[in-house]
Design a protein around this ligand. Sequence first.
Ligand code: PMP
Length: 508
Amino acid sequence: MTEEHCTEQSPGKRWTPDPASPLPLHRQISNYLMDKISSGAWPPGMRLAPQRELCRQFGVNRSTVVTALGQLSALGLIEGRRGGGTRVAEVRASADEAVSSDAARTDLLPVPSARSWNAYVEEGVHYPNLPTVQDINRLEYEGLIRLGTGEPAPELLPGPAMTRVLAELSRQPLPPLSYEEPLGSPGLRRAVSRELAKNGIQADPDSILITSGALQGLQLIAVGLLPRGSTILLEKPSYLYSIHAFQSAGVKFSGLPMDEQGLLLDGLAREARRSKAAMLYSIPSFHNPTGVLMDAKRRQALMEVTGQLGLPILEDGAYQELWLDTPPPPPLKALDREGRVLHLGTLSKAASPGLRIGWIVGPEPVVRRLADIKMQTDYGASSLSQLAAARWLEGGYHEEHLQHLRARLRKRRDAVLDLLQHHFNGLAAWNVPAGGFYIWLSLDKPVPLRTLFCTAHKAGLLLNTGDLYDRGDNRHLRLSYVYASPAELELGLPLLAALIRKLQQPGV
Ligand code: PMP
């Protein structure tokens, strides 16, 4: 747990003391905490949640928590540090000392550890998530109104249709229990190939690698194709700033501005030369987080400029099938005659984020290289998920679901736009997305976004603030109309407007 968190991690979130137990509440709590420490689940140096947070989690008053912590402190199991909160003790009281003060718990006393896990936790090559992203990942399960979530609400996912698919599959003679081949199941690659053809992308199954979601595609490309120290160009803001796949592989970012037609090309060639860019990453259709759709003219121009530079493109098509008004222009990959574009797709955004099925389309040597790394990473996406995904696509379920989903998203988008009109007039500006999940709310005046995130959390709202997608941002929020229910949005958006107004008052 780092100091920056505005919400503390729950220590064994589900456990609470039993009021009916003969053991006093403080005793139950100190026993619980001792178990965490003695088992090593909470290693030396780990910071405990603040007292008020522990009170909330255990459903007890302050004095109960203070008594429990006092017992642990007397045993030398925890220690207070000025400005550093309470931590699990680095040097523990000897067993003898502790036994004499707590004979009942001798079995639970820890063995002093040679080296703190904290050092290891801080030394791994992969960067941690941003504190706000860590908060979001945890708080998504805590019943808040999720105003920025990038996955469809469970009621928008195709549960009944997927149940039919699984029932069909259960009638097959045997389930696929083995590993699949390095590029992924041939049946699914054929199905993806047919799906891509509908968007003008000609890719035979040998040019397709099945991944565990598009996110793994990004990871594989970061570690498999780009040398450490290289630079990629990308839109700023971008989804890619909110994960650390590329930075952890030593890849640097150079962000380029956007307008309503997508990535601006004016400075692209200059910046590509200056930074010796290795690749350009773009989300041309219903960009995350801005919702912007790159128009056909810009796509053509982008292909020309990057063609002259010989610059490879990584096109992220995660949202491209989720158009609401009219289909988007053909993907960049459909304009590619040189094999210069790698294209990412996923089933996460429309059908099922939990299935963990995505794909990379690219020249055969590239997808084989990435498949080789994937084999060293996880031996392939789940064979059962791949089978279900193939049937889902082949059986026409996907197309049918998309039509249904588009109609429902259109309604939700329009309802949110109405709410914004009512509650954010004079406070912010926003785009009208033609597809995807997001509205990029642009506040007229800056606000401290981390403070807004924490205040909103206390008021029951979960936000995706603009600084996740552009570190320097202090005036945007990514709003999403796909997760919170219409009733929650009606409640949550006016509340959000009030919180922003309050934070913008002078002197706050
Ligand atoms: N690309 C973009 C632009 C996304 O928004 C996301 C999900 N937030 C992903 C890739 C990864 O999605 P998944 O791994 O679930 O396919």
